[in-house]
Design a protein around this ligand. Structure first.
Ligand code: NAI
Length: 276
């Protein structure tokens, strides 16, 4: 039996451009959902936080997206979520935004095994899972895979050692897939934000009361508005470059880590971030 799909009746996306966003219930993912929906895109909202997801759908307008509760560590969950999303969009995704991430702040010996594992599992394995599961939908659209890394993927960041390692991994994965996926007509971008005002800045280690936001304040470091990150993702969705930076400090750090890594090392070693 052939099932006819009538555009605009059976497909909520109704011919609109579509983006599937992980970590869409909060912070950068939520800001991206709002940014793209306000420009007429259809949004696949995905997160482990089901209540947050429902609020996100209300925020963007119920006709502008669909809900896909998903733990990015769960491969079967990815297949289900993208299967459902594909039904809404006619089997395609113009963008898959691998944004969900977690941080645990503290020197390595203060982190629990669970603190280490969750960062590796969500930030690396979750992104690999998304890149693999999303390829069929991206191929149909000739779409763009956008992975959210961090400036912590430019130079190893103290008290964020494991987090930093995961963001180097996301950057490496993005650079490699930019080459691999080109033969499928799929391009890749890696967004590297400096610190952005979101709940992730409240991250600590399970055995410590110290939070990243306190250290940022003590160090006088810039924190950029979340809308700047959404704009960078928008630019990445519409551009052809591989790396996109959020905030002036991110661009300065990119330059400094490429051209004067020893200066960066000296600066980081002298910062209060390291004195505990
Ligand atoms: P956030 O904490 O506001 O949002 C992260 C979202 O990911 C939350 O909604 C959370 O429920 C979701 N999530 C966590 N574990 C998940 C899982 N296993 N499966 C599905 N969803 C899960 O943080 P923010 O800042 O919006 O983070 C988004 C991305 O931006 C992350 O990858 C983060 O590492 C990255 N980033 C953030 C920076 C910042 O300063 N806010 C700087 C550089 C990078």
């Amino acid at each position: 039996m052939i099932t006819m799909i009538r555009e605009g009746v059976d497909m909520p996306a109704n011919g609109r451009k579509s983006i599937f966003i992980t970590g869409a219930a909060s912070g950068i993912g939520l800001a991206c959902a709002k940014r793209f929906a306000s420009a007429g895109w259809f949004i696949g909202l995905s997160d482990i936080d089901k209540a947050g997801l429902k609020a996100a759908l209300l925020a963007i307008g119920p006709d502008n997206g669909s809900l896909h509760p998903l733990d990015v560590r769960d491969r079967d969950g990815w297949a289900n979520a993208l299967g459902e999303f594909g039904k809404e969009t006619g089997g395609k995704a113009d963008v898959l935004l691998n944004n969900a991430g977690v941080a645990r702040f503290g020197v390595l010996e203060d982190l629990s095994d669970a603190d280490c594992d969750i960062q590796i599992d969500v930030n690396i394995k979750g992104v690999v899972n998304g890149a693999r599961a999303g390829l069929p939908l991206l191929k149909v659209a000739g779409g763009r895979l956008i992975n959210v890394a961090s400036c912590a993927g430019l130079y190893g960041s103290p008290k964020l050692a494991v987090y930093s390692a995961t963001k180097f991994a996301v950057r490496g994965l993005s650079e490699a897939l930019d080459i691999e996926y080109a033969r499928h007509g799929v391009s890749v971008a890696c967004v590297m934000p400096w610190f952005v005002e979101t709940p992730i800045l409240n991250a600590g280690a399970s055995g410590s009361n110290e939070h990243m936001a306190d250290a940022l304040r003590a160090g006088g470091l810039e924190v950029y508005p979340v809308e700047d990150a959404a704009q960078a993702v928008w630019d990445a969705a519409h551009g052809k470059q591989l790396h996109y930076f959020v905030g002036k400090r991110a661009k300065q750090m990119r330059f400094a880590t490429s051209h004067m890594p020893n200066t960066v090392r000296k600066q980081l070693r002298s910062r209060p971030l390291l004195s505990s």
